[in-house]
Design a protein around this ligand. Structure first.
Ligand SMILES: [Zn+2]
Length: 332
Protein backbone atom coordinates (compact mmCIF):
# COMPACT_ATOMS: atom_id res chain seq x y z
CA UNK A 1 0.00 0.00 0.00
CA UNK A 2 1.28 3.45 -0.90
CA UNK A 3 2.44 5.86 1.82
CA UNK A 4 -0.36 8.24 2.91
CA UNK A 5 0.07 11.80 1.67
CA UNK A 6 -1.23 15.14 2.97
CA UNK A 7 -2.22 18.40 1.33
CA UNK A 8 -1.77 21.83 2.91
CA UNK A 9 -3.76 24.79 1.58
CA UNK A 10 -3.20 28.43 2.53
CA UNK A 11 -6.00 30.69 1.35
CA UNK A 12 -5.63 34.47 1.42
CA UNK A 13 -7.42 37.45 -0.08
CA UNK A 14 -5.02 37.42 -3.07
CA UNK A 15 -3.60 33.92 -3.50
CA UNK A 16 -4.47 30.29 -2.89
CA UNK A 17 -1.39 28.17 -2.22
CA UNK A 18 -1.33 24.40 -1.94
CA UNK A 19 1.33 21.71 -1.61
CA UNK A 20 1.64 17.97 -1.04
CA UNK A 21 3.52 16.63 1.98
CA UNK A 22 4.78 13.20 2.93
CA UNK A 23 4.15 12.03 6.53
CA UNK A 24 6.25 13.92 9.11
CA UNK A 25 7.84 16.07 6.43
CA UNK A 26 7.70 19.82 6.04
CA UNK A 27 9.09 19.74 2.54
CA UNK A 28 6.40 20.84 0.03
CA UNK A 29 6.62 18.21 -2.71
CA UNK A 30 4.58 20.07 -5.29
CA UNK A 31 3.72 23.72 -4.71
CA UNK A 32 0.78 25.38 -6.45
CA UNK A 33 0.04 29.10 -6.39
CA UNK A 34 -3.07 30.52 -8.03
CA UNK A 35 -5.18 33.68 -7.69
CA UNK A 36 -8.08 33.54 -5.21
CA UNK A 37 -10.32 35.76 -7.39
CA UNK A 38 -12.49 36.43 -4.34
CA UNK A 39 -14.49 39.09 -6.22
CA UNK A 40 -15.82 36.30 -8.48
CA UNK A 41 -17.90 34.90 -5.62
CA UNK A 42 -17.84 31.85 -3.38
CA UNK A 43 -18.31 29.14 -6.03
CA UNK A 44 -15.37 30.42 -8.09
CA UNK A 45 -13.08 30.38 -5.02
CA UNK A 46 -14.21 26.86 -4.00
CA UNK A 47 -13.62 25.64 -7.55
CA UNK A 48 -10.12 27.16 -7.56
CA UNK A 49 -9.33 25.62 -4.16
CA UNK A 50 -10.44 22.21 -5.37
CA UNK A 51 -8.33 22.55 -8.53
CA UNK A 52 -5.29 23.65 -6.46
CA UNK A 53 -5.66 20.58 -4.19
CA UNK A 54 -6.01 18.21 -7.15
CA UNK A 55 -3.01 19.82 -8.91
CA UNK A 56 -0.84 19.59 -5.78
CA UNK A 57 -1.85 15.93 -5.31
CA UNK A 58 -1.25 15.01 -8.94
CA UNK A 59 -1.01 11.24 -9.45
CA UNK A 60 -1.05 10.77 -5.65
CA UNK A 61 -4.68 11.86 -5.16
CA UNK A 62 -5.80 8.34 -4.21
CA UNK A 63 -3.20 8.32 -1.40
CA UNK A 64 -4.31 11.63 0.15
CA UNK A 65 -5.26 10.91 3.78
CA UNK A 66 -6.33 14.44 4.72
CA UNK A 67 -6.26 18.08 3.70
CA UNK A 68 -5.46 20.97 6.05
CA UNK A 69 -6.67 24.49 5.24
CA UNK A 70 -5.34 27.72 6.73
CA UNK A 71 -7.93 30.49 6.29
CA UNK A 72 -8.15 34.09 7.51
CA UNK A 73 -10.49 35.43 10.14
CA UNK A 74 -12.15 33.98 13.21
CA UNK A 75 -12.84 30.29 12.66
CA UNK A 76 -14.51 27.53 14.61
CA UNK A 77 -12.04 24.67 14.00
CA UNK A 78 -14.37 22.10 15.57
CA UNK A 79 -17.24 22.67 13.14
CA UNK A 80 -14.89 23.73 10.33
CA UNK A 81 -16.72 27.02 9.86
CA UNK A 82 -15.30 30.40 8.86
CA UNK A 83 -17.22 32.85 11.05
CA UNK A 84 -16.13 36.00 9.26
CA UNK A 85 -13.25 36.54 6.82
CA UNK A 86 -12.43 40.24 6.46
CA UNK A 87 -10.61 39.84 3.10
CA UNK A 88 -13.12 37.45 1.54
CA UNK A 89 -16.40 39.30 1.23
CA UNK A 90 -19.54 37.28 1.89
CA UNK A 91 -17.63 34.57 3.80
CA UNK A 92 -19.74 34.66 6.93
CA UNK A 93 -20.68 31.46 8.81
CA UNK A 94 -19.29 29.48 5.89
CA UNK A 95 -18.99 25.69 6.48
CA UNK A 96 -15.80 25.48 4.39
CA UNK A 97 -14.74 22.11 5.81
CA UNK A 98 -17.99 20.39 4.77
CA UNK A 99 -18.07 22.09 1.34
CA UNK A 100 -14.51 20.98 0.54
CA UNK A 101 -15.10 17.45 1.89
CA UNK A 102 -18.10 17.15 -0.46
CA UNK A 103 -15.99 18.27 -3.41
CA UNK A 104 -12.89 16.19 -2.64
CA UNK A 105 -14.21 13.07 -0.87
CA UNK A 106 -11.41 13.36 1.70
CA UNK A 107 -11.17 14.50 5.33
CA UNK A 108 -10.62 18.27 5.54
CA UNK A 109 -9.46 20.22 8.61
CA UNK A 110 -9.67 23.99 8.99
CA UNK A 111 -7.65 26.42 11.09
CA UNK A 112 -7.13 30.16 11.55
CA UNK A 113 -4.11 31.20 9.44
CA UNK A 114 -2.08 32.58 12.36
CA UNK A 115 -2.80 29.48 14.49
CA UNK A 116 -1.84 27.24 11.59
CA UNK A 117 1.41 29.16 10.94
CA UNK A 118 2.19 28.74 14.66
CA UNK A 119 1.58 25.01 14.32
CA UNK A 120 4.04 24.92 11.39
CA UNK A 121 6.71 26.81 13.34
CA UNK A 122 6.14 24.60 16.39
CA UNK A 123 6.29 21.27 14.58
CA UNK A 124 8.88 22.08 11.92
CA UNK A 125 10.37 25.55 12.45
CA UNK A 126 11.86 27.79 15.14
CA UNK A 127 9.66 26.37 17.92
CA UNK A 128 10.60 22.75 17.33
CA UNK A 129 11.21 20.80 20.55
CA UNK A 130 9.41 23.38 22.74
CA UNK A 131 6.20 22.64 24.67
CA UNK A 132 5.30 26.26 25.38
CA UNK A 133 5.52 28.63 22.45
CA UNK A 134 4.26 32.16 21.83
CA UNK A 135 4.09 32.84 18.09
CA UNK A 136 3.26 36.30 16.75
CA UNK A 137 2.83 37.25 13.12
CA UNK A 138 3.25 40.94 12.34
CA UNK A 139 2.16 41.90 8.84
CA UNK A 140 -0.83 43.91 7.57
CA UNK A 141 -2.51 42.69 10.77
CA UNK A 142 -1.22 41.00 13.92
CA UNK A 143 -2.09 37.37 14.63
CA UNK A 144 -0.84 34.74 17.05
CA UNK A 145 -0.71 31.14 18.05
CA UNK A 146 -0.26 29.94 21.63
CA UNK A 147 1.10 26.51 22.43
CA UNK A 148 0.74 25.67 26.13
CA UNK A 149 1.91 22.39 27.63
CA UNK A 150 2.31 20.81 24.19
CA UNK A 151 -1.19 21.78 22.97
CA UNK A 152 -2.44 24.53 20.70
CA UNK A 153 -4.69 26.80 22.73
CA UNK A 154 -7.88 27.37 20.71
CA UNK A 155 -10.39 28.07 23.48
CA UNK A 156 -13.98 26.95 24.05
CA UNK A 157 -15.21 28.14 20.65
CA UNK A 158 -11.92 28.22 18.77
CA UNK A 159 -11.58 31.98 19.22
CA UNK A 160 -8.48 32.17 21.44
CA UNK A 161 -5.11 33.78 20.68
CA UNK A 162 -6.39 37.00 19.07
CA UNK A 163 -3.38 38.89 20.41
CA UNK A 164 -3.77 41.58 17.74
CA UNK A 165 -7.01 42.62 19.45
CA UNK A 166 -5.57 43.03 22.94
CA UNK A 167 -5.91 46.62 24.17
CA UNK A 168 -2.67 48.58 23.74
CA UNK A 169 -3.77 52.24 23.85
CA UNK A 170 -7.13 53.09 25.48
CA UNK A 171 -9.21 55.22 23.07
CA UNK A 172 -6.41 54.87 20.50
CA UNK A 173 -6.74 54.55 16.71
CA UNK A 174 -9.61 52.54 15.21
CA UNK A 175 -8.87 48.85 14.67
CA UNK A 176 -10.10 46.82 11.68
CA UNK A 177 -12.47 45.01 14.08
CA UNK A 178 -14.36 48.24 14.85
CA UNK A 179 -12.97 48.85 18.34
CA UNK A 180 -10.27 51.32 19.35
CA UNK A 181 -6.67 51.06 20.46
CA UNK A 182 -5.98 47.38 19.82
CA UNK A 183 -2.36 46.27 19.29
CA UNK A 184 -3.04 45.73 15.59
CA UNK A 185 -4.22 49.35 15.27
CA UNK A 186 -0.95 50.76 16.62
CA UNK A 187 1.77 48.24 15.67
CA UNK A 188 0.86 46.33 12.47
CA UNK A 189 2.44 47.13 9.11
CA UNK A 190 -0.76 48.97 8.19
CA UNK A 191 -0.57 51.05 11.38
CA UNK A 192 3.13 51.89 10.91
CA UNK A 193 2.48 53.13 7.35
CA UNK A 194 -0.63 55.11 8.31
CA UNK A 195 0.90 56.77 11.39
CA UNK A 196 4.17 57.64 9.63
CA UNK A 197 2.30 59.23 6.70
CA UNK A 198 0.18 61.28 9.09
CA UNK A 199 3.25 62.59 10.92
CA UNK A 200 5.09 63.47 7.71
CA UNK A 201 1.99 65.27 6.47
CA UNK A 202 1.86 67.16 9.78
CA UNK A 203 5.41 68.40 9.15
CA UNK A 204 7.38 66.01 11.38
CA UNK A 205 10.49 64.25 10.05
CA UNK A 206 11.67 67.32 8.11
CA UNK A 207 15.06 65.85 7.13
CA UNK A 208 13.85 62.22 6.92
CA UNK A 209 15.08 60.03 4.06
CA UNK A 210 11.43 59.04 3.61
CA UNK A 211 10.64 62.32 1.85
CA UNK A 212 13.16 61.50 -0.90
CA UNK A 213 12.49 57.74 -0.93
CA UNK A 214 8.79 58.36 -1.53
CA UNK A 215 9.58 60.70 -4.43
CA UNK A 216 7.63 63.39 -2.60
CA UNK A 217 4.43 61.30 -2.81
CA UNK A 218 3.60 60.48 0.81
CA UNK A 219 0.94 57.93 -0.22
CA UNK A 220 3.92 55.72 -1.15
CA UNK A 221 5.08 55.61 2.50
CA UNK A 222 4.40 52.02 3.61
CA UNK A 223 5.78 50.02 6.53
CA UNK A 224 8.21 48.45 4.07
CA UNK A 225 9.58 51.87 3.07
CA UNK A 226 9.74 53.01 6.71
CA UNK A 227 11.66 49.82 7.51
CA UNK A 228 14.10 50.41 4.65
CA UNK A 229 14.71 53.98 5.82
CA UNK A 230 15.24 52.77 9.40
CA UNK A 231 17.71 50.14 8.21
CA UNK A 232 19.55 52.95 6.37
CA UNK A 233 19.90 54.77 9.71
CA UNK A 234 17.10 57.35 9.36
CA UNK A 235 16.27 58.60 12.84
CA UNK A 236 12.63 59.53 12.21
CA UNK A 237 11.88 56.19 10.55
CA UNK A 238 13.67 54.32 13.34
CA UNK A 239 11.49 56.15 15.86
CA UNK A 240 8.31 54.92 14.10
CA UNK A 241 9.48 51.30 14.11
CA UNK A 242 10.64 51.61 17.73
CA UNK A 243 7.20 52.84 18.80
CA UNK A 244 5.50 49.87 17.13
CA UNK A 245 8.07 47.48 18.63
CA UNK A 246 7.50 48.98 22.07
CA UNK A 247 3.75 48.38 21.87
CA UNK A 248 4.40 44.79 20.78
CA UNK A 249 6.98 44.25 23.55
CA UNK A 250 4.55 45.45 26.25
CA UNK A 251 1.96 42.97 25.01
CA UNK A 252 4.56 40.19 24.87
CA UNK A 253 5.45 40.97 28.51
CA UNK A 254 1.79 40.53 29.49
CA UNK A 255 1.68 37.24 27.59
CA UNK A 256 4.88 36.00 29.28
CA UNK A 257 3.12 36.58 32.61
CA UNK A 258 0.16 34.49 31.43
CA UNK A 259 1.83 31.72 29.45
CA UNK A 260 5.47 31.53 30.59
CA UNK A 261 6.66 30.21 27.19
CA UNK A 262 10.18 28.86 26.59
CA UNK A 263 10.45 30.62 23.22
CA UNK A 264 8.82 33.56 21.43
CA UNK A 265 8.76 33.37 17.62
CA UNK A 266 8.03 36.32 15.31
CA UNK A 267 6.79 35.82 11.75
CA UNK A 268 5.12 37.99 9.11
CA UNK A 269 6.47 40.62 6.72
CA UNK A 270 7.23 43.30 9.35
CA UNK A 271 9.32 40.86 11.41
CA UNK A 272 11.66 40.55 8.43
CA UNK A 273 12.97 44.03 9.31
CA UNK A 274 15.01 42.04 11.82
CA UNK A 275 16.86 43.77 14.65
CA UNK A 276 15.37 47.19 13.84
CA UNK A 277 12.06 45.94 15.26
CA UNK A 278 13.20 42.98 17.38
CA UNK A 279 15.45 45.12 19.56
CA UNK A 280 12.68 47.50 20.75
CA UNK A 281 10.38 44.47 21.19
CA UNK A 282 12.94 42.77 23.44
CA UNK A 283 13.68 45.98 25.35
CA UNK A 284 9.98 46.67 26.08
CA UNK A 285 9.38 43.03 27.00
CA UNK A 286 12.23 43.11 29.53
CA UNK A 287 11.21 46.48 30.94
CA UNK A 288 7.65 45.28 31.59
CA UNK A 289 8.04 41.82 33.10
CA UNK A 290 8.03 41.54 36.88
CA UNK A 291 10.99 39.14 36.99
CA UNK A 292 13.94 38.35 34.72
CA UNK A 293 12.94 34.70 35.19
CA UNK A 294 10.27 35.22 32.51
CA UNK A 295 12.73 36.05 29.70
CA UNK A 296 16.17 34.94 30.91
CA UNK A 297 15.80 31.52 29.29
CA UNK A 298 13.21 32.51 26.70
CA UNK A 299 14.78 33.47 23.36
CA UNK A 300 12.84 35.89 21.12
CA UNK A 301 13.63 34.86 17.57
CA UNK A 302 12.53 35.12 13.95
CA UNK A 303 10.35 32.40 12.41
CA UNK A 304 12.21 29.78 10.37
CA UNK A 305 9.69 28.86 7.68
CA UNK A 306 9.23 32.36 6.21
CA UNK A 307 6.52 32.65 3.59
CA UNK A 308 5.80 28.92 3.77
CA UNK A 309 4.72 28.89 7.45
CA UNK A 310 0.99 28.85 6.59
CA UNK A 311 1.40 26.18 3.93
CA UNK A 312 3.63 23.94 6.04
CA UNK A 313 1.33 24.51 9.03
CA UNK A 314 -1.69 23.48 6.96
CA UNK A 315 0.14 20.25 6.04
CA UNK A 316 0.96 19.74 9.73
CA UNK A 317 -2.72 20.40 10.62
CA UNK A 318 -3.75 17.56 8.30
CA UNK A 319 -1.09 15.20 9.73
CA UNK A 320 -1.83 16.11 13.38
CA UNK A 321 -5.60 15.85 12.95
CA UNK A 322 -5.33 12.37 11.41
CA UNK A 323 -3.01 11.31 14.24
CA UNK A 324 -5.34 12.71 16.92
CA UNK A 325 -8.37 11.00 15.39
CA UNK A 326 -6.43 7.71 15.14
CA UNK A 327 -5.36 7.97 18.80
CA UNK A 328 -8.93 8.75 19.83
CA UNK A 329 -10.30 5.78 17.91
CA UNK A 330 -7.57 3.48 19.26
CA UNK A 331 -8.26 4.65 22.82
CA UNK A 332 -12.03 4.38 22.55
ZN1 LIG B 1 -9.24 44.92 17.01
Amino acid sequence: MAEPQFIGVDIGGTNIRAARFRPNSHFPEHKIKTLTLASGGLDIVLERMEAAVRDAAGIHFDDIAAIGIAAPGPIDPRSGTILNAPNLSGWTDLPLQRLMEERLGRRVYLGNDANVAALGEWKFGAGRGHNDVLYLTISTGIGAGLIAGGRMLVGASGLAAEVGHMLAVPDGPMCGCGLRGHLEAVASGTAIGRETRARLEAGQGVGSLLRGMSGGDLTRVTAELVGAAAQAGDEFATQQITEAGTHIGRTVASLLHVLNPSIVVFGGGVSLLGEVILEPIRAATRANTMSVAYWRNCPMVLAALGDDAGLVGAGALAMESVRTVAQFVAGA
